[in-house]
Structure formats: structure tokens, C-alpha cells
Ligand binder design. Structure first.
Ligand code: ACO
Length: 380
């Protein structure tokens, strides 16, 4: 039996911090409401592209694994906020790393993109298709955010992290996988305009409308992740007592607490980072994993449970057996370019751009775009 052990890890977080008080300067909200309802205190806003954050995380993960970029055989880029649809973003990381021999693919299952990517890369290594893989979870949400909508604007942040998988005969890596999709509720989380470039119609990059039924998502998130956790543990023959650390998707502290309760794991054995980064969608699980390692919360041989939930509504839970090494083999000196603007200044710049051209968006999005093209102009 061939396994895919996790041998490298690193994150690529932008330094600029947007606090709840910053959000209160332009939204009818408060630090008290956000902390009480979500557990979030701050989140990061990026001054660089998603590919640049992902590349930083990748350099660090490769150095941690002691693997040269030109030995990489697969790059999986998990994200729902690609810089462009074509070319794919994995190829952008590939060229930035100089990983000439690697296959490169994007995976978009929204917040679960990293978990789906990790499961896919593991299966490809186990099948012998590749001997190693870099799996990235990255999100650059701030340019796509509807900053006038307090229901969503307070919840999300930017960031990236990556892990390296390497083929091994030693049991480890992903040892249990449950993936699914609650597609009947796919319209409860929908970002209209994301990834589109309808310049002539008045809708351009970054003009989005968020359809977001927070309470419905909340219930389905708890249900989907709890079912997935129960099933993956049952199928692997392990119980809650065997789980050393839960590293869950970080959408809301109350969701995490409910999932932990249903899984039967006390909060002392749950990694929580939602207070410092908000919901970074695909990046939350790998960033939390990297933080757990640097905080010494993962020991050699630890058993990790990783549940996630996201737009689609996709869900999943992975069981990961950690290997012998919990310290990096090496470090990278890669960095992001410096930034002088504050997070609030960057958000205000995005808001100004959206205000300039966003007025026509709602009208446009309430019709099917194709209809606006096909309807003959009214004759005077
Ligand atoms: N500040 C102040 N008040 C607000 C804010 C805000 N930012 N947002 C909403 N409110 C108001 C609402 O308008 C409402 O007011 P009303 O009672 O006068 O109508 C009141 O607060 C309560 O709103 P609810 O939606 O009932 O608040 P709830 O406790 O459900 O919390 C939240 C909302 C945080 C979005 C929660 O439902 C949630 O976390 N949902 C799931 C998370 C999620 O959807 N994440 C997105 C990605 S999917 C994923 O990652 C799993």
C-alpha cells in the first residue's frame, strides 16, 4: 500500500489587518455583534494577488519538506477566487516556483477546495500517477466582496497556505475521506458577478451581488460537517477519543462548537483561528493546520479530523495521520512586497471603485445578461 504523507507546510498571509472597528467606520455593525455572532475579531486584506500569496505559501511548504521545485510532479490550487479563469491559477504558481515538471490544476468547491484538493492529490499519489504534490488553499475575497452588505462583509478575509505530500510506504497522510454536496441548497450561497467580465454591460471585475442565507447555511454546515465527521470516523474504525486535534473550516465559532459537540470532541482539542483571520474560505483549514504545527499542537503520529463546508453546498471530512516530523526541514526567505496602505485604506479604495461603477449592476443582475443582448432596442 502506498501512502501520501504530509511533509511540508507553510502559509502566505498578507500582513494588513482589518479590525471589527474598521468595519464599523462604514457599516452599521459593531465589534460586539461580530464577536458575539461569529467569534471574529480581525481578518487580513491582501495587497497582492492570490497567486502571489499562494506562491509564498508554496515556497515555505517546499522548504519545509526539503523538496526542490523542479522535483514537483503535481500542483493542486484550491480556490473559488481565481485571478482569471484562463489560464488556471495553478500554472501561475508553477511558473513562479519554476516547477517545470509539474502537472497543474485548479479545484473549486468553494470553502472545501483545499479538502477536495488534498483528497484528490492523495488518491493520485496512491494510484502511482505522481510521487509528490503541492496542495494549496488560497482565497483573495476582498476585491469580490460587496462591501455595502453587512451580512457578508464582516465575515471574510484573504490568505493562503500550502502543504506538500510525498509518496511513502509508511502509513500516514489522509487515511479517511468523506466528500459530498448538498446541492439542493446551492442557491443559499451564490456570488453573482464573480469571475465575470461583462465590461460592456456595466458589470466588471469586482462588482458582485451576494445571495447569502446565513441561517440556512449555518444549519446545513453543522449538519453536513457533523454527518461527514461521524461517517469518516465510523468507516476508519476510530472514535472521538482517538482524535488528537480537530482542524475545521473556520466560518463561525458557533458552527465550530456545534460540530465539535456532535463529533464528541471537547473544544480543548479543536483548532480555532476564526478570531484572527475570519473566514478565508479554502485557506482556513491549511492556515489553521500551519498554525497548529507552529503552536506545537500536532505531535508525531497525531490523528487529525478536518471537516469543511462551503458553497455548492459542498462538504467533507478527512482523517489525517501525521508523520514523525513536526518541525520544518528548512525555511524559505521568500516574502511579499511591502505595503504602505492600511487594510482599511485598501478596502476604502475597493469601495470607491465599486461605488463608481456599481450602480448599474443590480439592474443588470436582475435580468439574464444574455436577454439584455438579445432584446431589440426600443424604437423611438
Ligand atoms: N452587524 C450588525 N447586525 C447584523 C450584521 C452585522 N454585520 N449582520 C446581520 N445583522 C443583523 C441582521 O440584520 C438581523 O437583524 P434583524 O433581527 O433586525 O433582522 C440580526 O443581525 C440577526 O441576524 P441573523 O442573520 O439572525 O444572525 P445570525 O445569528 O444568524 O448570524 C451569521 C449571522 C453570522 C451570518 C450566521 O448565520 C452564520 O455564521 N452563518 C453561516 C456562516 C456562513 O454562511 N459562511 C459563509 C460561507 S459558507 C461556509 O463557510 C460554511
Amino acid at each position: 500500500m502506498r501512502y501520501a504523507n504530509l511533509t511540508g507546510w507553510g502559509h502566505g498571509l498578507p500582513p494588513s489587518i482589518l479590525t471589527n472597528d474598521d468595519l464599523s467606520t462604514f457599516l452599521e455593525t459593531s465589534d460586539e455583534w461580530i464577536v458575539q455572532r461569529t467569534g471574529m475579531q480581525e481578518r487580513r486584506i491582501s495587497h497582492v494577488s492570490a497567486i502571489e500569496m499562494a506562491t509564498l505559501a508554496s515556497h515555505r511548504a517546499l522548504a519545509c519538506a526539503g523538496l526542490e521545485a523542479d522535483a514537483l510532479e503535481l500542483i493542486v490550487y484550491g480556490s473559488c477566487s481565481p485571478d482569471e479563469q484562463v489560464p488556471n491559477s495553478a500554472s501561475g504558481v508553477q511558473v513562479a516556483l519554476g516547477a517545470k515538471r509539474a502537472a497543474a490544476m485548479d479545484v473549486n468547491t468553494a470553502c472545501t477546495s483545499f479538502l477536495y484538493g488534498l483528497a484528490s492529490a492523495t488518491a493520485m499519489i496512491q494510484q502511482g500517477m505522481v510521487r509528490n504534490a503541492l496542495v494549496i488553499g488560497v482565497e483573495y475575497i476582498s476585491p469580490f466582496m460587496d462591501w455595502s452588505n453587512r451580512n457578508v462583509a464582516v465575515l471574510f478575509g484573504d490568505g493562503a497556505a500550502a502543504v506538500v505530500l510525498e509518496a511513502s510506504d509508511t502509513p500516514g497522510g489522509v487515511i479517511g475521506t468523506v466528500l459530498g454536496c448538498d446541492a439542493e441548497a446551492r442557491q443559499t450561497l451564490r456570488v453573482r458577478g464573480m469571475g465575470c467580465s461583462y465590461v460592456d454591460g456595466g458589470l466588471t471585475y469586482g462588482d458582485t451581488l451576494w445571495d447569502f442565507d446565513g441561517q440556512a447555511i449555518f444549519k446545513r454546515a453543522v449538519h453536513g460537517m457533523s454527518e461527514a465527521c461521524a461517517r469518516v470516523m465510523r468507516e476508519a474504525g476510530v472514535t472521538a477519543d482517538d482524535i488528537d486535534l480537530v482542524v475545521p473550516h473556520q466560518a463561525n465559532l458557533r458552527i465550530i462548537e456545534s460540530v465539535a459537540k456532535y463529533a464528541g470532541v471537547p473544544m480543548e482539542r479543536v483548532m480555532v483561528t476564526v478570531h484572527r483571520y475570519g473566514n478565508m474560505s479554502a485557506a482556513t483549514v491549511p492556515v489553521s493546520l500551519v498554525d497548529a504545527l507552529s503552536e506545537g499542537r500536532i505531535k508525531p503520529g497525531s490523528l487529525l479530523l478536518m471537516p469543511g463546508f462551503g458553497g455548492g453546498l459542498t462538504f467533507g471530512a478527512l482523517l489525517v495521520r501525521w508523520g514523525d516530523r513536526v518541525t520544518p526541514l528548512g525555511t524559505s526567505d521568500a516574502t511579499l512586497p511591502p505595503v504602505t496602505a492600511s487594510a482599511l485604506e485598501m478596502v476604502n479604495a475597493i469601495r470607491a471603485r465599486q461605488a463608481d461603477r456599481g450602480r448599474s449592476v443590480e439592474a443588470l443582475m436582475n435580468t439574464r445578461f444574455i436577454e439584455t443582448l438579445l432584446t431589440p432596442a426600443a424604437t423611438p
